[in-house]
Every structure is written in C-alpha cells, then in structure tokens.
Ligand binder design. Structure first.
Ligand code: SF4
Length: 583
C-alpha cells in the first residue's frame, strides 16, 4: 500500500531504460519508440527525471517536461493490474505542479485507460518522429477536487497590502477622487507607482453597452467612469502619457463605440496631447511565451500593454455566473484580442486567466465597488450599492479581500484558487495586511445565481461532476429555451417533444450510460473522450456561442440568439481553425 509518495530528481538510468523497454514490449509498441524518446530526453536540458519513493522504497519514475507541464512518461517499478501506483505518482505530481498534461503513444491502451479513469482527456492527436501520439489534458474539474483544501507546495512568502476605502453615501465626484487618492496614498503614494516620463495604461471594464441603455445608467456592469476620471486627473501631473485601454467582450471589436457610448472621449479632452483611448481588440500584438506552458504555450498581448511602463487595472466588484466572481484576475480577459478571448475558452478559461497574469502584471489594482453586481453577473445581474473601493498591488490578495467583502470564499472561484495554488499571491489571512476599513465593516453578502439545469420533456442534462464553468454557461443557454415554443405556444421550447431523446453530458465523470440510439451532446474537455459518439462542444467551458450553436441545432426552425456580428463570428471561426492546424 502506497502511503506518501515523495520525489527526488534523478537521472535517466539503465534500470529506467530497461523498465521502459519491457513496458512498451508488453504493450506491443515498436521498441524504436523508446529509443526515439530516450534520445530526445537526453538532449533536452530542461527535462526532469523524478524518482518516486514510498518511504524508503523506490516505486517508479516520472519523466516530466516543466517547460510545458507535460508528463513525457510515467512508469512503475513493479507493475500491477489496478494501476494504483501510477495514479498515486500522478497525485503527487499534481500536488506539486497543479495542472499537468501528458503525451502518450496512441496504441498505449493501458496508459490511456488509467489516465481516463484518473481524469485526463484526449485533446489532440499528432505525429512526432513518425510515432502517433495523443495529448492527454487533465480535467480542471478533477484538478480542483484533488487540490481542494490544500495549500501550495511552495508557500507564498510575502505579505501583501490591500486597502478598503469607504466612500460617503452621496458619492459626489469630489468624494470619489478623494477616496482614490487616499487609497493610492495608503499603498505608498502616486510617486511610488509612477515615475516621471512613464506611460500609464488604465484598463477599465467596459464589457458591453448593458451599463447604459436608452439613456438609463445601470451601475455594477462597467467601471464607474468617475473612478477612471479621478485616476486620470491624479496621473496627469506625473505621467508622460495616459492610455485608457479596453477590449470589450460582448460586442467584440466595438470598443471604440463603447468608449463613445460611455463618454470616454470627454476624458481625452482633459489633456488631448497626453491622453488617448486604445481599443485593445484591434491594437498591434506581440507573441509572449507562457511560463510553464499550461494549456497554452504562447499568448498574443496588445502592444500598448506590452509597452506601458505601468498598468492600472480597474475592475468592478461583481459576481460571475461561471467564475463565481469577476474581479482583478478575471478582468484581464478584456485585455487580450478577440481570438485570444475565444482561444482562452477553447483551451481552458480558468488556467488561461492565470496565464495572462504571468504576462500582464498590473502594478496597481483599484476595484470599483461603488456599485457592485450580484446574482447573474457579470452583465445580467442586479446592482448592489456598496460605496467602497478596494485597492492592492497583488491580484490574488486583492481579489481575496474583495470576495470576503462579498461573503464568498476566495477558494470557490476557480481562477482565484488556481492563481493562489500556482504561487501568484496569498489567500491566507495572515499574509494579507488590510488598511482602511475592515472587512467586517463593509461586508455585505452578494446573492449568487441559482444555476438551473432542469431538464426539458425530452432533453436530459447529466452533470454529475461538472465545475461551475460548464454548468454556468449551460444554464445561460438553457434559459434561452425557457420561453414559448413558436410551434406550440402552450409549452416551453425546452419541452418540445423529440423522436429521439436528447442527452447533454457535462463534467468529467457521468454515471448515465450513453445510448447511441439517442441524440447525445458532450460538453467541454471533460467529455472530449466521447466526442466521436455524438456532437462535441469543444472548450473548457465551451464559449457561449459554441453552446448556443450546439443546443439550437436541435431547433432548426428557431432563430438562434446572436452573440456577435456574423462576419466577426465567421472570421474568428476561421482564425481558430488556422491555429488548430498549426498546433
Ligand atoms: S470542461 Fe467544463 S466541467 Fe470540465 S473543467 Fe472545463 S468548464 Fe469545468
């Protein structure tokens, strides 16, 4: 019985080579495969050979590539049928590295099977040096359950400061500006952040036009422009150049219209030679390598962000129906171009939000909590008046304090928890120094959305172990079916009868058996292993548009809800295909 696996870095030894040769011989795989791998590993200076021990006994090896977080091979000293030792070795690696993937030979059925049972899913097939390989990605839902309640193996050493600033109830501009000033002073003063001749990029949240419809302003959807104005006025005497940059999500590429819609052009008038507005969706881009290469190895970053000396991130205090909270970590999804937003979903939203923070590092975060948003945020929720600003320099610590103010556990938000586990900042109380108001003074629980995955007459949902990602996005799409059926208005569209029952599967492990005589829809990376037995909706979670297309394909007579401009959708689809071909 394996009790506690520990790893020691070792070398590619003769005994390991013998064990690998025996393993692949038993699997009926060409011995040249081992020769090819062995040579590659020997030539790669980054490759790590972990020798796994159970107390004093050597039990196996993992050959691991930390550059792309990939298990190159995993082999045990004494093979057994149940594959428990392999799974224990993987548990120990996951505890240290969090999200990992693996590359296995296509004909290595034994490894494929136990990896599937563990929670890995086949996401890509490819050929390397003439050998067919399969990329196995670990389900984030499985990962989150495995690391729930644990702490990072390398503890975060620093203590971070977060400021909670109360704004008087009447919330005049003078009050807000004074609050922003006090917040920055508490964090060390404007001159700590801005050196003379600096270019500063302020990133507000201007997600869509939902914050101002028919002349009626609804708080909690976009950053209150008065906070951005206050920051701009404080920066003007110090900074050389101020860029206000955003890449709106819902209306893609329409950021310039959003700037106008919300009056940002009037901010430029404060000093037209110094202040400019930049649409990050259409800005020039630079390729950046992602350290650790988890899920994506490179990301495209807008040039204006790359060249800015200082980035100030100004999200809104709000609930997100899938990410639990949309704060500073989620906020940077709006800082990447449209295809990157799309690919973030395709390859894994939670991890890729963490990845962005390796490449874009705001020096200052000011969470606009004048009016937050509860219930079905980030766009369709309910405004919640809070009269606070929360500021910090570390995204994990700042989001942790914000979530506690909202009455939420920071570990419940997948991107916040992953960022913590991967060393981006602390969630522990003793590592966060709070200045200004206390959490208790300002805390007010935010209502979380009721996720409704109730089935229709012939549409059944199987979501045994799905994370909030697929569950939240499916709820969003199913809601569009909870309206009268144009064919028969006495029933809901979701209750339309079908000749063949419809099953929608989400989450890594679903008990309900697959019946090939029924219509089956499989959601996300967690269900990718079943892709060939029905319709697969790719992504993690699949993009809302992908789910809309998949679910509405059941109703060919019903116009599907439009997510974006048609030509824009087609262009994004083509670009994604192009990228997948080159992977
Ligand atoms: S595929 Fe869906 S259920 Fe699985 S981890 Fe991704 S978002 Fe969660």
């Amino acid at each position: 019985m394996i009790k506690k696996i520990t790893f020691k870095k070792g070398r590619l030894s003769k005994i390991l080579l013998t064990r690998l040769n025996n393993y692949y011989k038993d699997a009926g795989i060409d011995p040249e495969f081992v020769t090819m791998k062995w040579q590659k590993w020997n030539k790669n200076p980054f490759m790590v050979t972990f020798i796994a021990r159970n107390e004093d006994n050597h039990v196996g090896w993992i050959i691991y590539n930390p550059v792309n977080s990939t298990i190159e091979d995993i082999v045990v000293k004494y093979p057994s049928k149940d594959k428990d030792v392999e799974k224990q070795l993987t548990d120990a690696l996951v505890a240290a590295e969090t999200l990992v993937s693996a590359e296995i030979h296509k004909d290595d059925k034994t490894k494929y099977q136990w990896m599937l049972e563990y929670g890995f899913r086949p996401t890509r097939s490819f050929i390397t040096d003439g050998f067919p390989l399969v990329k196995m990605d670990l389900s984030i839902s499985v990962l989150l359950k495995k690391i729930h309640g644990t702490t990072p193996t390398k503890p975060y050493r620093k203590t971070e400061t977060v400021v909670i600033e109360k704004i008087p109830e009447k919330r005049g501009y003078v009050d807000i500006k004074a609050g922003v000033m006090r917040l920055i002073d508490a964090l060390g003063g404007i001159n700590k952040f801005i050196k003379p001749d600096s270019t500063v990029l302020i990133k507000p949240n201007i997600v869509s036009d939902h914050g101002l419809k028919d002349g009626v302003y609804k708080g909690g959807i976009i950053t209150d422009i008065r906070v951005i104005r206050a920051l701009t006025e404080l920066l003007l005497p110090v900074a050389k150049k101020i860029i206000i940059g955003e890449g709106s999500s819902i209306n893609r590429s329409e950021t310039t219209k959003m700037f106008k819609h919300y009056g940002y052009d009037r901010l430029v008038e404060l000093s037209p030679s110094k202040i400019s507005l930049v649409d990050l969706n259409t800005d020039k881009q630079v390729d950046k390598h992602v350290p650790g290469g988890k899920r994506m190895h490179t990301r495209k970053i807008p040039l204006s962000i790359e060249k800015a000396d200082v980035i100030i991130s100004v999200p809104v205090l709000k609930i997100h129906f899938a990410a639990v909270a949309s704060l500073s970590i989620k906020h940077l999804q709006g800082a990447v171009p449209p295809l990157e937003k799309y690919m973030t979903h395709f390859f894994g939203l939670w991890q890729n939000l963490v990845n962005i923070h390796h490449l874009i590092k705001p020096q200052l975060i000011v969470i606009d909590g004048l009016t937050g948003q509860e219930d079905f945020g980030p766009v369709s929720g309910t405004p919640k008046r809070m009269n606070i600003l929360i500021g910090g320099t570390n995204p994990v610590a700042t989001d942790t304090v914000a979530m506690k103010v909202m009455g939420l556990d920071p570990a419940s938000s997948p991107p916040v928890f992953l960022a913590y586990m991967q060393g981006l900042g602390p969630i522990e109380k003793e590592k966060i120094k709070i200045i200004g108001a206390t959490i208790d003074e300002v805390a007010s629980p935010f209502k979380q959305p009721d996720i409704n995955l109730d089935c229709g007459r012939d549409i059944r949902i199987h979501a045994d172990s799905a994370c909030s990602g697929c569950a939240g996005y499916l709820h969003f799409v199913l809601n569009k079916l909870r309206r009268p059926d144009p064919k028969d208005e006495s029933r809901m569209l979701i209750d339309r009868p079908f000749d063949r029952k419809v099953n929608i599967y989400l989450g890594p492990f679903v008990q309900h058996p697959i019946n090939p005589d029924e219509t089956n829809i499989f959601m996300g990376i967690c269900q990718q292993h079943n892709a060939e037995t029905g319709t697969h909706l790719p992504g993690c979670p699949p993009h809302a548009e992908v789910i809309v297309n998949g679910v509405f394909s059941l109703f060919p007579d019903v116009e599907r809800p439009q997510y974006a401009d048609k030509s824009e959708e087609a262009r994004l689809g083509e670009m994604l295909e192009e990228i997948l071909r080159t992977l």
